[in-house]
Design a protein around this ligand. Sequence first.
Ligand SMILES: [Cu+2]
Length: 314
Amino acid sequence: MKKVLMLFLAAVTLGFTSCNSNDDENGIVIDGIDLSKDVDCCSAEEALQVYKFLQTVHYIPELSTSVDGLYDVKAFSKTGTLHRGYNDLYFVVTKKKTGNYVKFFDIKNVTPLMNMVKMNMWHSTPVGGALEVLDTKRPAVKHGWVSLLMNTSEAGYWQFSYDIEVLGSKGRVEDQVVNVEALLEGQDWLKSFKVGNDTYYLSLVNPNDWKTGTNAIQAYISKKSSPATTPYAVAAETFTVEIDPRMPDMGNHTSPGNVALAKQPNGSYQGSINLTMTGLWRIHLTVKDAQGNVVAGGDSQKDGFSSLYWDVTL
Ligand SMILES: [Cu+2]
């Protein structure tokens, strides 16, 4: 595959046409296969962008597979591992014969299941909806996410399954055990709250990308399924999540200019958070329903702050 990618790089540098081009004079031929005839693959520019993207993520072997001996399916995350809380997942499919990226494939029914060994029960976890194209620049990369309730421990372990369809060929990854790492001390990015009999999960998205100062803050609110072995979808309800970041080790001082998280058309919640210095920030949360009633957090403990919070250490 390296060879193909290097040729794509060369093709871009030399200004050759895309592999979808009908211009035979400039076709890229590898191992006797003219890539310009491969309508399933990306243009040279698209392939280059995918190649560049893959330099920023790492391969998860447990979640990768092949389909019908024709296609390699590779899963990636930022680190090549998974951890408790929100994780982005990326998938790329290549043709075994040429290493070309395949643009058209579907990944469905991503189902993480945790076996709580001592309790002899299984549960799933918040999962984003159908996987989507990462962006228009990188149409051959599919993106999704999972937010894992617990890390792997003596209490239990995780298995992942999903279905894949590539150009009419179907495959499945079934019950693959994947290790889920704990977060470091001072990092707690996943919390739950109850409204009546319903349990909701608040997944903070990638706070490890934050820097000192003002940051975009993004989260998802998912609703626990019944039975709990069904992946937990993003909640249909509309909430608002007010944030009150404090530094517990520094007299609980706060910061100015924080903006509550509001629901976006894509189902995520977005706001703005100002973290004025490095160290442990406890982000106290107050969740309100669409009518503005407080449904979670907001309760005064002995320190006067909400007992519903994320911890982020910068
Ligand atoms: Cu569990």
